[in-house]
Write a protein that binds this ligand. Structure first.
Ligand code: AMP
Length: 188
């Protein structure tokens, strides 16, 4: 099963994606993790990507797609995976569709976690106090929310038009949200 997981900051995407990976027994495909590993290795890709990531900008589509297509051909992703943090642009979504189509394994579903912006921001502010996360200051929280809205809204309509979008109310407890996700996937 090939799934895309999308969610605004504060919606619990980290928690829910871990549970979903264990439940479906599919590998995690996180471009953010792959790019951070490339930076750690100090490879050409890492040095290039680092220039964008340091400023909180997106790594260019052609760079991301080269990495994604190379990794996607690994045997561990042959039967499915959970795409996390990817795609982030329409260009990436189209390139992913094409790649999966060529392999004869099209995308099965896109899960979107939904929440009220005010509630999500308040959750992140609470988390900032308990976990002391550097990226949870009020200014950074507002910036991440803006970036999410700007970049992700077009992807949601792209997938909705293709009948792939499962929008999940993420305002309940972690158990409630997870039940909604599995119930929604069972209907597809
Ligand atoms: P993440 O761990 O998914 O939040 O990604 C961390 C950073 O890596 C992002 O802020 C981007 O700079 C970069 N990044 C990760 N995935 C992508 C992607 N699909 N397209 C462009 N940049 C990405």
């Amino acid at each position: 099963m090939f799934l895309v997981f999308i969610g605004p900051p504060g919606a619990g995407k980290g928690t829910q994606s871990k549970r979903l990976l264990a439940h479906l027994r599919i590998p995690h495909f996180s471009t953010g993790e792959m790019l951070r590993a490339a930076i750690e290795e100090d490879s050409d890709l890492g040095r290039l990507a680092g220039q964008y990531m340091d400023g909180g900008r997106l790594v260019p589509d052609d760079v991301v797609m080269r990495l994604v297509l190379e990794r996607l051909s690994l045997p561990k992703y042959a039967l499915g995976c959970l795409f996390d943090g990817f795609p982030r642009t329409i260009t990436q979504a189209q390139a992913l569709d094409q790649a999966l189509q060529d392999r004869g394994t099209p995308l099965d579903a896109v899960i979107e976690l939904q929440g009220f912006e005010r509630e999500l921001i308040s959750r992140m502010q609470k988390r900032a106090i308990t976990e002391q996360r550097a990226d949870d200051t009020p200014a950074v929280i507002a910036q991440r929310m803006e970036v999410y809205k700007r970049q992700t809204a077009p992807l949601l309509s792209y997938y909705e038009q293709r009948g792939l979008l499962h929008s999940i109310n993420a305002m309940g407890s972690p158990d409630e949200v997870f039940s909604l996700i599995t119930a929604s996937l069972a209907t597809k």
